[in-house]
Design a binder for this molecule. Structure first.
Ligand SMILES: Nc1ncnc2c1ncn2[C@@H]1O[C@H](COP(=O)(O)OP(=O)(O)OP(=O)(O)O)[C@@H](O)[C@H]1O
Ligand SMILES: C[C@@](O)(CCO)CC(=O)[O-]
Ligand SMILES: [Mg+2]
Length: 387
């Protein structure tokens, strides 16, 4: 018995960080996914362990299910369809299970992802032996939502083999969940994100679950219908960072300067709202595509300035901004910042030659560029077969 799930990464067009403090943000899924396969052994396999294989990194972690039961005796006894948060005490026990695996020092950032896996697995599937394989097209820790894509794909695969959702297991092709099942996947994924991020707003797991383009504010989602082409160049500075530390840093700054920071968050809220209005406004209306693009570019520049106020820019991000500005292109960081990826709007009338030149110049600085399709599908699952 095998099920596979795939969940997309995302870009944040406006509102990262401020969204953690109640402002609106706008995000879209991208066509790069994380894949999770889940397989239960047959009795003849004689295998009593839970295995997690991170294929891209050639790493495998394995726990006898008896060991998991010994360390986490309470978790699966309350197997419930309602997503539950991992307590601080349980987190310590899970961390001990992860530490036993001797993760290579250079890959220690994976520990939070592995902890999220153990929590979601035992809550949803209990102490069953299984093999879970993860692969991803997303760069990890770069602002493209790798942690959310992992949490969503894990939740989807685990729930697909549970009584909590209703799926047709005979369908051996990529299929979507029904609306209430999607909600459940999203809620469990949020619990995974809490383990990886500390204090997530929920925007990353929500856009990975539902796909397309969304406006997100205080935990609630509005699906956006884009009425204009949006082409974004994504530049990965390859400067490593972690979202948990950056989110905590912004919260500390907000505690030190509550008045000033609340104006910053309010300004971001207005930017996200205006952006979603422009993107959705009927085409052709009184604004031409070029006029809309000019407005979006200005909003991106303003948002970037406010992210600098929050302390989450980086010299590599500034280098990307300066480089793209030489070609009169507007950019902003995307995701948690501190390194990671930068978005640059590529206007419809921009010539291919200019795009090639910008990319060549950015890559000569050691950055990596990609143009991803934005606003595609959300999470999907596939039973057995080879779809
Ligand atoms: N495919 C994966 N395999 C194992 N762990 C992963 C995988 N994808 C993400 N993770 C976990 O998520 C962490 C990266 O999450 P983090 O939130 O810092 O960055 P991100 O999600 O890529 O960017 P952002 O949150 O800014 O969009 C990794 O260090 C790891 O713990
Ligand atoms: C930085 C942040 O706003 C977005 C990370 O992609 C964190 C969050 O909203 O959970
Ligand atoms: Mg993340």
């Amino acid at each position: 018995m095998e099920v596979r799930a795939r969940a997309p990464g995302k870009i944040i067009l406006a509102g990262e960080h401020a969204v953690v403090h109640g402002s609106a943000a706008v995000a879209a899924s991208i066509d790069l996914c994380t894949y999770v396969s889940l397989r239960f052994p047959t009795p003849s396999d004689n295998d009593d362990s839970l295995k997690l294989q991170l294929k891209d990194m050639s790493l495998e972690f394995s726990w006898p299910v008896s060991r998991i039961k010994e360390v986490l005796p309470e978790v699966a006894s309350s197997l419930s369809p309602t997503p539950t948060s991992c307590s601080i005490e349980t987190m310590k026990l899970i961390s001990a299970l992860v530490e036993e695996q001797n993760i290579p020092e250079a890959k220690i950032g994976l520990a939070t992802g592995i902890s999220a896996f153990l929590w979601l697995y035992t809550c949803i599937q209990g102490y069953k032996p299984a093999t879970v394989v993860v692969t991803s097209e997303l760069p990890l820790g770069s602002g493209l939502g790798s942690s959310a894509a992992l949490s969503v794909a894990l939740s989807a695969a685990l729930l697909a083999f549970s009584d909590s959702v209703s799926l047709d297991m005979s369908r051996q092709e990529w299929s979507v969940f029904g609306e209430s099942d999607l909600e459940l996947v999203n809620k469990w994924a949020f619990e995974g994100e809490r383990i990886i991020h500390g204090k997530p707003s929920g925007i990353d797991n929500t856009v990975s679950t539902y796909g397309n383009m969304i406006k997100f504010r205080s935990g609630s989602l509005t699906r956006l219908k884009s009425n204009m082409p949006l082409r974004m160049l994504i530049t990965n500075t390859k400067v490593g960072r972690n979202t948990k530390a950056l989110v905590a840093g912004v919260s500390e700054r907000a505690l030190r300067h509550p008045d000033a920071m609340s104006f910053v968050f309010n300004a971001v809220d207005s930017i996200s709202k205006e952006l979603s209005t422009i993107i959705q406004s009927p085409a052709p209306d009184d604004l031409s595509i070029t006029e809309k693009e000019e407005k979006i570019e200005e909003l991106m520049e303003m948002n970037q300035g406010l992210l600098q106020c929050m302390g989450v820019s980086h010299s590599a991000i500034e280098t990307v901004l300066r480089t793209t500005l030489k070609y009169k292109l507007a950019s902003k960081l995307t995701g948690a910042g501190g390194g990671g990826c930068v978005l640059t709007l590529l206007p419809t009338l921009l010539s291919g030659t200019v795009v090639d030149k910008v990319i060549a110049e950015l890559e000569s600085c050691g950055f990596q560029c990609l143009i991803a399709a934005i606003g595609g599908k959300g999470v999907e699952v596939c039973f057995g077969g080879s779809a």
